[in-house]
Ligand binder design. Structure first.
Ligand code: F6P
Length: 546
C-alpha cells in the first residue's frame, strides 16, 4: 500500500486545508441553514453534532476517501475476525468478543473462544452475587463489606472511572476502594480504614508482573496477616484477575480464586473482562451486562453503518483532519457531567497508549500520529484552561459531552450546566470580532481610542472546532456505547496511520531501568554507574535514607 502521505486523498486534503484556511465557520453557518442538521449523526442513543468543525462536504468526502484508500473497512474485518493485527506480539485483538451477544462463535487460532468467555462471565456473575448477597464469608464468618481493588493502568482506570460514572446505578452497600500507585500512602490510607475480617482484596494484573500491583498486593497480604488472618484464610480474602495463571498461583492465589483473561484482550481494552469485576460489584451484574450490551450495539453500528453515518469513523476522521492537516498537537475532552469527570483520563490511556507510536508497518514515519489527550469536567475548565483554547494561537479541538437528563437533580443546576456547555462550543466557533467588541465598548461609553486598544485584547478569533455528544442519560448501556465509540475511533485512526494500536513497547525501557535503579538504591550503592544526573539523584536519595 502506498505511503499514507502519498495517498491521493491525502494530497487532496492538504490542498483543501490550504484553500479553507481563511474561511470562518461563522460564515458557513450563516450561508447554510441546514449545516447543523447535515453534520449530525446518531447511534446507540448518542447524538454527535459535528457541525462546529472546519469541514464541508468536500472535506468529509475526501476524508472518507482516505479511509477507503487506507483500507479501514478491510482492517476492521480483520480485527473482528480474529486476525493477529497486533502483529508485533502475534496476537488477535478481540475485546469485542467479551461483549459478543450475537451468539456467533469467535475463532482465535482455530478455536471458538466464546465458551470460555461465557464460562468466565458465569463465574463473575456468581462471584458478584456471593459477595453482594453476603453468602461469601470471611475467616471469622462475617460477610464482606469492603473490596480493595488493586491494579494500575487498564487494570484500574476502567473499573474506577466507570464506577464513578455510574454512581446513580450503585447497587449495594459493598464499597469498592481502588489502589493503583506504588506510593504507599494510598494503600496505607485505604487499609487503615478497613476491617480485615470483612475485606476482600481483588488483585487485577493481566501480566501478573506489574511492580506496583505486586508490591501493593504484598503489602495487603502483610496487613491481612498482621490483622489476625492466617495463610489458611488467604483463599477467603484474596482473589486475582490475570492471564498469567501460573504466576498468580505461585504468588499464593488459590486457582479457584483466579478469574482468567486472555492475551487477545489489551489492558486498555479490558474493562469488559473480569478486570471489570470491581465495577460489576458496584453496579450489580444486570447493569454490568447492560454496559456490555451498549458496547455490543456500538460494535454492530461500527461494522454496519455507512461511513457517512458511522460515529467512530466520523470522530476518527475529524480528529485526523486537525492532527495531520492543522497540526493540532492535542484534543480536549470536556464532559459536562460531574460523574463523567474521569473519562478524559480513561481516553488518555486508550488513545495515547494505542496510537502514540512512530512506526507504521516496519518503517518510522514522518507524519504525526496519536495526539495528546487531556481534559476535565465542565464547567470547571472554563475557570482554568478555556482561556487558552479561546484566545491562544494553539488549535485544540474539543469534544463536549452532556447527558440531557440527570437523576434526582435540580433543573436549574442542569439548565446552567447545559447552557455553559452549549455556550462554550458556540463561543469557540463564532468568536467575537474586533469590530463587534469596539461597538460594544463604545455603547458602554468607552472612548473610541481606548475601545480600539482594549478590543485587540478582547478579540475572540473563533473558528475553533468542537464536537458535541448528547445522550438522554448516562445509563450503563449508553456508557458502554460511549466507551466502545472511542475504542473504535482509536482503531480507525491507527488503521489510517498504519501504527500497531495494540502493543506498548514504549513503556518497557522505563520498567527495566526502574528495576536497575531500585537495586542500586536498595543496596545503597552511591556510585551506581549511570549518567551523572541519575547518579546524583540516586546518591541524594540514598543519603536521605541515612
Ligand atoms: O505498562 C503499561 C501497562 O502494561 C498497561 O498497558 C496496562 O494496562 C498496565 O500496564 C497494567 O498491566 P497489568 O494489567 O499487566 O498489570
Amino acid at each position: 500500500m502506498a505511503h499514507l502521505n502519498e495517498q491521493p486523498a491525502w494530497q487532496k486534503l492538504s490542498d483543501i486545508a490550504d484553500a479553507i484556511k481563511f474561511e470562518h465557520m461563522r460564515d458557513w453557518f450563516n450561508n447554510d441553514p441546514q449545516r447543523a442538521v447535515k453534520y449530525t449523526a446518531d447511534a446507540v442513543g448518542i447524538t454527535l453534532d459535528y457541525s462546529k468543525n472546519r469541514i464541508n462536504q468536500e472535506v468529509m468526502d475526501s476524508l472518507f476517501e482516505l479511509a477507503e484508500q487506507c483500507q479501514v473497512a478491510e482492517k476492521r474485518t480483520a480485527m473482528f475476525s480474529g486476525e493477529q493485527i497486533n502483529f508485533t506480539e502475534h496476537r488477535a485483538v478481540l475485546h469485542t468478543a467479551l461483549r459478543n451477544f450475537s451468539g456467533n462463535p469467535v475463532i482465535v487460532d482455530g478455536t471458538d473462544v466464546m465458551p470460555e468467555v461465557l464460562a468466565t462471565q458465569a463465574k463473575m456473575k456468581s462471584f458478584v452475587s456471593s459477595i453482594l448477597t453476603g453468602q461469601h464469608r470471611g475467616y471469622t464468618g462475617k460477610a464482606i463489606t469492603d473490596v480493595v481493588s488493586i491494579g494500575i493502568g487498564g487494570s484500574f482506570l476502567g473499573p474506577k472511572i466507570m464506577s464513578e460514572a455510574l454512581k446513580p446505578y450503585w447497587q449495594s452497600d459493598v464499597k469498592v476502594h481502588f489502589v493503583a500507585n506504588v506510593d504507599a500512602c494510598h494503600i496505607q490510607d485505604v487499609l487503615a480504614e478497613r476491617d480485615a475480617e470483612q475485606t476482600l482484596i481483588l488483585m487485577s494484573s493481566k501480566s501478573f508482573s506489574t511492580q506496583e500491583t505486586l508490591q501493593n498486593t504484598l503489602t495487603a497480604k502483610k496487613w491481612f496477616l498482621a490483622q489476625g488472618g492466617t495463610e489458611a484464610d488467604i483463599a477467603k480474602h484474596f482473589m486475582a484477575v490475570s492471564s498469567n495463571i501460573k504466576a498468580a498461583t505461585e504468588f499464593g492465589m488459590a486457582e479457584e480464586n483466579i478469574f482468567p483473561m486472555w492475551d487477545w484482550v489489551g489492558g486498555r481494552y479490558s474493562l469488559w473482562s473480569a478486570i471489570g469485576l470491581p465495577l460489576a460489584l458496584t453496579i450489580g451484574w444486570e447493569h454490568f451486562e447492560a454496559l456490555l450490551n451498549g458496547a455490543y450495539e456500538m460494535d454492530c453500528h461500527f461494522q454496519t453503518a455507512p461511513v457517512e453515518q458511522n460515529l467512530p469513523v466520523i470522530l476518527a476522521l475529524i480528529g485526523l483532519w486537525y492532527r495531520n492537516f492543522f497540526n493540532a498537537q492535542s484534543y480536549v475532552l470536556l464532559p459536562y457531567y460531574h460523574y463523567l469527570r474521569g473519562f478524559p483520563a480513561y481516553v488518555q490511556q486508550l488513545d495515547m497508549e494505542s496510537n502514540g507510536k512512530q512506526v507504521a508497518g516496519d518503517e518510522t514515519v514522518d507524519y504525526e500520529t496519536g495526539p495528546i489527550v487531556w481534559g476535565s469536567e465542565g464547567t470547571n475548565g472554563q475557570h482554568s484552561f478555556h482561556q487558552l483554547i479561546h484566545q491562544s494561537n494553539t488549535l485544540i479541538p474539543a469534544d463536549f459531552m452532556l447527558p440531557l437528563n440527570v437523576p434526582k437533580q435540580d433543573n436549574t443546576h442542569h439548565a446552567m450546566l447545559a447552557s455553559n456547555c452549549f455556550a462554550q462550543s458556540q463561543a469557540l466557533m463564532q468568536g467575537q470580532s474586533h469590530k463587534e467588541i469596539v461597538e460594544a465598548l463604545k455603547a458602554k461609553g468607552v472612548k473610541k481610542a481606548e475601545a480600539e486598544v482594549l478590543a485587540t485584547h478582547k478579540t475572540m478569533p473563533g473558528n475553533k472546532p468542537s464536537n458535541t455528544l448528547l445522550f438522554e442519560q448516562l445509563d450503563p448501556k449508553t456508557l458502554g456505547a460511549l466507551v466502545a465509540l472511542y475504542e473504535h475511533k482509536v482503531f480507525v485512526q491507527g488503521a489510517i496511520w498504519g501504527v500497531n494500536s495494540y502493543d506498548q513497547w514504549g513503556v518497557e525501557l522505563g520498567k527495566v531501568l526502574g528495576n536497575q535503579i531500585l537495586d542500586k538504591i536498595q543496596s545503597e550503592d552511591s556510585a551506581p554507574g549511570f549518567d551523572a544526573s541519575t547518579n546524583q539523584l540516586i546518591a541524594r536519595f540514598v543519603d536521605s535514607l541515612k
